[in-house]
Design a protein around this ligand. Structure first.
Ligand code: PFF
Length: 464
């Protein structure tokens, strides 16, 4: 049980840990390539719209469950279900979150492994025109990929094994300031060396003929939830360590703003640089999710000697962001197993729990690596390989379901538990609006787009 000994010992710890969690590969690798694939401005606008209307309210709901439930994601939900005379079955939300977190950990470590590898590759110098071939050959190498992801996975496991204050809080205090300095440095460099106005225009304007599709909406919501770390128990787990007097709304507002800010800054670092180097006719959707590994690596190569400095700096930034997120991805399942192993967990129990989780994640990461090479041709619907399947099943399938479940649980079942003191919302109108969104808007929207998106992606049936 996350009792007093397991509480953040100050009010900034939650902010740092949750921001470190939120700001990750999703912001710097995911957001720009998805914006690029979806044509830029309109997707960015949809993204911001869903962050405010769905992301922020559901984010608060998740933190609230943790803060009140005071335990791992499963037990927190169980505690609150009991307090509100609801069925124990609601704990499926917690289990769903933990399942999502394990799958995400499995593929996240593999992308982060790529990032570390690319730090070295770009430091060593890349010949102009060689980026595509390098990516193809790196992807094909099962054992090398396994080595890189293992370094990343076990490194983050080490921090998590050391607990809340000594491990996570301490790491975040170093990682987060570093991350912000690096992001601003990259934006500055993009503005200096690239075509800033073209990048800006691409990210914030759209043409009347740009249509909205169901896939785009699901993509924008899925990306918003993933980027905000919603729906897999991390925010519940971190919320459980929140001091009693910390207010959910304020803390959530800070994290949501920081996360969205970094996603946009990442776009403002990457697109101006790419437009500047490739020319204004460059089409950002060409590379899909290889935007960072191929397009940017090629861009760094074209910078000559300077690229050998800017490239590694960029990949270092990405690795730092990924590391602080990975810690948070592991926390829900480690907290759960720690508390399941014994009623009175000691430091050693947490270490054993971390080892168990590491073993599961390692196996899942191997599948994800295989999706890049030996199993690259095993597809399902539009999902091209097991790596894509894992990503899809966690991000677009489970996160939206768990998000809807949390909304419904807090909105409909916790009416008597929700209070303005914990939330820090004194205005009655705002409080009612929040509950209204949780009760109606977010479940209807999330479940609706979940059905349409799945029909589209798995069965290839699309309505718009
Ligand atoms: N928000 C992280 C990112 O943008 O990379 C990823 C993530 C962390 C997702 C923690 C979910 C989570 F619970």
């Amino acid at each position: 049980m996350a009792g007093n000994s397991n509480q953040w010992n100050n009010n900034t710890a939650f902010l740092l840990a949750a921001t470190g969690s939120a700001v990750g590969l999703g912001n710097i690798w995911g957001f720009p390539y998805k914006a690029g694939e979806n044509g830029g401005g309109l997707f960015v606008l949809l993204y911001i719209f869903f962050v405010i209307t769905l992301g922020f309210p559901v984010f608060m709901a998740e933190v609230f469950i943790g803060k009140k439930g005071k335990s791992n994601p499963v037990s927190s939900v169980e505690n609150l279900a009991k307090a509100s005379n609801s069925s124990k079955g609601w704990s499926i939300i917690g289990y769903g979150g933990i399942l999502a977190s394990l799958i995400i950990a499995g593929y996240y470590a593999v992308i982060a492994g790529f990032v570390i590898n690319y730090g070295f590759i770009s430091a060593g110098g890349v010949d102009v025109g060689a980026a595509e071939a390098i990516y193809t050959s790196e992807k094909a190498n099962f054992w090398e990929m396994t080595m890189w992801f293992s370094i990343f996975l076990f490194g983050s496991g080490f921090v998590v094994a050391n607990g809340i204050d000594k491990g996570i809080d301490k790491a975040m205090r170093v990682l987060l300031p570093m991350l912000f300095v690096l992001v601003f440095a990259m934006v500055g460099y993009g503005a200096y060396a690239g075509d800033f106005s073209k990048g800006l225009e691409y990210l914030f304007s759209w043409k009347a003929e740009d249509g909205i599709t169901a896939g785009m909406i699901q993509g924008a919501i899925g990306q918003a939830f993933f980027s905000l770390s919603i729906g897999m128990g991390t925010l519940m787990a971190f919320g459980a360590y929140m001091p009693n007097d910390q207010k959910v709304s304020k803390a959530s507002g800070v994290v949501v703003t920081a996360d969205t800010g970094v996603a946009i800054l990442a776009g403002l670092a990457i697109f101006p640089l790419a437009f500047g180097i490739y020319g204004a006719q460059w089409s950002p959707d060409a590379g899909g999710d290889t935007l960072v590994f191929v397009t940017l690596t090629e861009a760094f190569a074209r910078l000559g000697d300077l690229g050998q400095f800017v490239g590694p700096l960029f990949f270092f930034l990405l690795a730092v962001a990924a590391f602080s997120s990975m810690i948070s991805i592991l926390e829900p399942s480690v907290a759960f197993v720690t508390e399941k192993l014994t009623r009175n967990p000691t430091k050693n129990t947490r270490k054993i729990a971390t080892l168990i989780i590491m073993a599961i994640c390692f196996a899942l990461s191997l599948i994800s690596v295989a999706g890049h090479n030996v199993w690259a041709d095993k597809s399902l619907g539009t999902l091209e390989n097991p790596f894509e399947m894992m990503k899809y099943f966690a991000d677009d399938f489970l996160l939206l379901l768990v998000g809807a479940g949390m909304s419904i649980f807090v909105g409909w079942r916790l009416q008597n538990v929700v209070n303005s003191d914990d939330m820090g919302i004194t205005n009655k109108g705002f409080m009612n609006l929040w509950v209204f969104v949780l009760k109606f808007i977010s479940p209807i929207f999330l479940l609706g787009i979940w059905v349409l998106g799945n029909l589209d992606r798995i069965f290839e049936i699309s309505f718009f």
